[in-house]
Design a protein around this ligand. Structure first.
Ligand SMILES: Cc1ncc(COP(=O)(O)O)c(C=O)c1O
Length: 382
């Protein structure tokens, strides 16, 4: 049987899409930015949604099929089984779940720690709601800097810490040792640990993702997650909050019931179908993504030697250092002069303006075209 290539949609097929990635920029711009994947919907997800539409099954979600699907997946994939009744609640999406935890476990004016460069809404759930951001930057290798985290906890006495696991945009997959240290630091300084694990299934073949709540001592941590990234379901917003056993009852009481009633029925149906039927699919996808990371590294070395890029095992995102191009804002410069859209680095932290984030969940052809555009634009600059 022919092997199905998932990342093979053509530019003309993709340009018919109306969502953010393919619609924000004019037709002459090649978009490799926001975290949408250039894949077709998994057939089982499409079938589940079509069946619901045909039935007119457009009411509220019932029961906890979605939570059960998540627990079954977590058990099979990672050997981690949160208690469905006490530890798992559904939410409207991941960032609103994170926000609900921030608002209910911290107070206005509190310090909250994050790790720049990091996904822009992490900044927004802190500063947008009257809390203060304290930065513990990742190392130059894009990993957690545990000594710095300890220093920051000591000096700023934060009430919460937002961990991105795996890390968007550097693709770091935190190890058991790193997470054990993070958990110990949070316990020592009484910091509420809140992790976003939406990229958890997106790791290269051979890489092990460690669920935070499976780490000994993490019983007071909280995790927000969903099938949204790994199965490309942003159109069907839904999420899960999983609380450590020691904190769950208290946390659900503090958050209050409304946050858990914001999941749409179609979101729950789509995410459930993906979790139940599309486990091999995401593993196959990551074989292609891992090859795309190697492709990008090779093409940049050949055509854009000023670029610094080391493939990392998590996510389908590439974090590329363009400092040596001498451009102060290469992301926006390349949009104008190269007609290629990456995420400019400064949206992940003010110190990262000379980086770009490139979305590799697309075909090798489009990656090659994007690198060609970068190389041509830099050459034309003289
Ligand atoms: C780390 C991270 N968290 C959350 C999200 C968005 O999730 P949601 O739409 O469920 O809020 C993204 C999307 O790219 C992400 O990268």
């Amino acid at each position: 049987m022919a092997v199905m290539v998932l990342l093979s949609l053509t530019e003309s097929e993709l340009r018919r899409r109306t969502s953010l990635k393919w619609h924000t920029y004019p037709e002459d711009v090649l978009p490799l930015w926001v975290a949408e994947m250039d894949v077709s919907l998994h057939p089982a997800v499409g079938d589940a949604l079509r069946a619901a539409i045909d039935l007119g099954d457009t009411g509220y979600p019932f029961g906890n099929t979605y939570g059960e699907a998540f627990v079954a997946m977590a058990t099979a994939r990672w050997g981690w089984t949160p208690d469905i009744t006490t530890q798992v609640r559904r939410s409207g999406d991941v960032m609103n779940a994170m926000l609900a935890v921030v608002l209910s476990t911290t107070a206005e004016g509190d310090n909250i720690v994050l790790n720049p460069p990091v996904y822009p809404p992490f900044w927004q759930v802190i500063s947008g709601y009257g809390r203060k951001i304290v930065a513990s930057h990742l190392t130059t290798a894009g990993r957690l800097d545990l000594a710095d985290l300890e220093r920051v906890f000591e000096e700023s006495r934060p009430t919460a810490y937002l961990l991105c696991s795996p890390h968007n945009p550097t693709g770091a997959v935190h190890t058991l040792e790193e997470l054990t240290e993070v958990v110990a630091l949070c316990r020592r300084f009484d910091v509420q640990l809140i992790a976003d694990e939406i990229h958890a299934a997106l790791v290269d073949p051979g890489t092990t993702f460690v669920p935070l709540l499976a780490v000994p001592g993490a019983e007071r941590a909280v995790v927000a997650t969903s099938a949204g990234k790994a199965w490309n379901l942003a159109a069907f917003k839904a999420g899960q909050l999983i609380a450590g056993a020691e904190i769950a009852t208290e946390l659900w009481g503090k958050i209050g019931p409304l946050a858990f009633q914001s999941t749409g029925h179609f979101g729950a149906i789509a995410h459930t179908a993906a979790l139940v039927h599309a486990q091999d699919w995401v593993d196959d996808l990551m074989i292609e993504v891992a090859a795309n990371k190697q492709l990008l590294a090779r093409l940049l070395a050949e055509q854009v030697p000023e670029a610094r890029y080391t493939p990392a095992p998590g996510t389908y995102l590439a974090w590329v250092d363009l400092t040596e191009t001498g451009l102060s804002d290469p992301g926006r410069w390349l949009l104008r002069h190269g007609k290629v859209a990456f995420n400019p680095g400064d949206v992940f932290g003010a110190d990262y303006g000379t980086f770009v984030r490139i979305n590799l969940a697309t075909s090798p052809e489009l990656i090659a075209q994007a690198v060609g555009r970068v190389a041509d634009a830099l050459r034309a600059r003289g």
